[in-house]
Write a protein of this length. Structure first.
Length: 199
């Protein structure tokens, strides 16, 4: 009898918990609006850092020199951008923000990474065997990269119990793959102050 009463009480409590947890609401908001729920790296940080750093990259002498000597855009491959910060940062999202900011300007071309290239080559081979003649992509017309972009994201956290400062530093560099010269080195810093309750 006691066991039945205990089970019924547990079910009632569970019901109250489910109702309490489902009483919140969700609404759609503008993706460009920052919603800072904490001092962690967020989507706005990723977008703003990418845009600012890529604009800076195009102001360095390497870009003017390339335009003077060559027709067309310089071709870049993104190598490794490492997250060395305390935070979980989706680096792929940051890389895509970098690519989008440059492609939007129409001043730099990108080639895909080695893994993606191999997948495309496999698809091209499949098309060579199975696609209607004249409709398949041709071999031997790939564009090589003249420049390689790489870097890291680091952070420092300082806290006194009531407040916390999170400092992020993004370092990127562009290497001329012909000469191995570092033609651009960019740095962007972000500092965020959070009160107790937000961390």
């Amino acid at each position: 009898m006691h066991i039945i009463r205990f089970k019924m009480a547990a079910l009632i409590c569970l019901g109250f918990l489910l109702v309490a947890c489902s009483s919140g609401s969700v609404k759609r908001i503008d993706v460009d609006k920052e919603v800072a729920l904490s001092d962690k790296w967020n989507d706005i940080d990723s977008k703003l850092v990418a845009e600012e750093m890529m604009n800076d990259m195009l102001t360095f002498p390497w870009f003017r020199e390339f335009q003077f000597k060559h027709a067309g855009n310089p071709t870049v491959i993104v190598q490794t951008i490492r997250n060395k910060s305390h935070d979980h940062i989706p680096v792929d999202t940051f890389i895509n923000d970098i690519k989008r900011s440059l492609l939007r300007l129409g001043k730099v071309d990108f080639v895909v990474s080695g893994e993606e290239r191999n997948a495309i080559r496999t698809e091209r081979e499949d098309q060579e065997l199975n696609a209607l003649a004249g409709t398949n992509a041709q071999f031997g017309l790939e564009h090589g990269a003249g420049f390689a972009l790489s870097g890291s994201i680091n952070s420092i956290v300082d806290s006194n119990g009531d407040q916390r400062v999170s400092f992020y530093q993004v370092d990127l560099k562009l290497i001329d793959m012909t000469t191995n010269k570092e033609v651009w080195n960019g740095q962007k810093k972000i500092k965020k102050l959070a009160d107790k309750g937000f961390f």
